[in-house]
Design a protein. Structure first.
Ligand code: HEM
Length: 235
């Protein structure tokens, strides 16, 4: 039987190529973004990691999730530090269309946590192994360009990324060995996680839509909606 780590890599190879080719990702690697774009990116990631890490902590005793419970990979804190430094706040204003994609991503995580917690493994795989791979490369590019700015998202309390990725893959393989029936579903969920990230990149590359592009109000008035959504208070 094929190992889960190999199966995941093969199954998501196409989705990975698509992620690498996303306009916003290319923009990040070229360092050609405005502060506002980078702040929106940090915010979107922070929202996703808060949700993912909340469930991982709650489910840390879950037989499958416990195998990939690595709090040293958690990114909520580093994202909040970067947001504070780049935006002067951890709750910046963001455009409605980005809020909608973030809500969609978070909704899926919540749905899984409540019904199929083992499939959160797929989301953790896409984000954390991505952070230790392409994310590490991006960190080096940004360090060279913005060395004097906060880049905590790319920093960890350990140095050996290869060892961490290998350990992560070993744990994925153990999950596949113990629960072979989940392999296909975990792969499909990983593809979905790539899609959800793709939708975020798409929304991020749309920037702040001009008011003329937002929908008219339901009352038919021609007063235009603000493209910026007020930030709801976090519970
Ligand atoms: C231009 C952007 C990107 C580059 C250059 C890049 C590069 C890479 C490289 C070189 C690896 C192989 C690492 C290894 O086997 O040790 C890798 C793996 C990975 N990347 Fe990316 N990546 C990019 C974007 C992304 C994005 C946006 C995501 C997710 C949202 C992502 C998710 C992953 C995952 C999950 C793996 C692990 C694959 C596996 O071995 O199972 N990558 N990436």
């Amino acid at each position: 039987m094929e190992k889960l780590s190999l199966r995941l890599r093969e199954f998501t190879a196409q989705a990975h190529r698509q992620a690498e080719g996303a306009d916003f990702v290319k923009k990040l690697f070229r360092g050609q973004f405005t502060d506002s774009e980078y702040i929106q990116y940090l915010w979107a990631l922070r929202e996703v990691y808060v949700e993912m890490e909340k469930w991982m902590e709650k489910q840390s005793q879950h037989p499958a999730l416990s195998l990939v419970f690595f709090p040293e990979l958690f990114r909520t804190q580093s994202l909040n530090q970067d947001l504070q430094a780049w935006a002067g706040t951890t709750e910046p204003e963001v455009p409605n269309h980005l809020q909608a994609e973030v809500d969609n991503y978070i909704h899926r995580l919540k749905e899984l946590a409540e019904n199929r917690p083992e499939l959160i493994v797929a989301h953790a795989y896409v984000r954390y192994l991505g952070d230790l791979s392409g994310g590490e490369m991006l960190g080096r590019v940004l360090q060279a360009r913005f060395g004097d700015r906060a880049l905590n998202f790319y920093r960890y309390d350990f140095d050996d990324f290869e060892a961490k990725k290998n350990l992560y893959r070993e744990r994925l393989d153990q999950i596949g060995e113990k629960w072979p029936d989940w392999i296909e579903e975990i792969c499909q969920e990983a593809e979905r996680a790539f899609d959800l990230n793709g939708a975020l990149f798409q929304a991020l590359s749309q920037g702040e839509r001009r008011p003329s592009e937002s929908a008219p109000l339901a009352d038919g008035s021609n007063k235009l909606k603000s493209p910026m959504a007020p930030r709801p208070e976090r519970a």
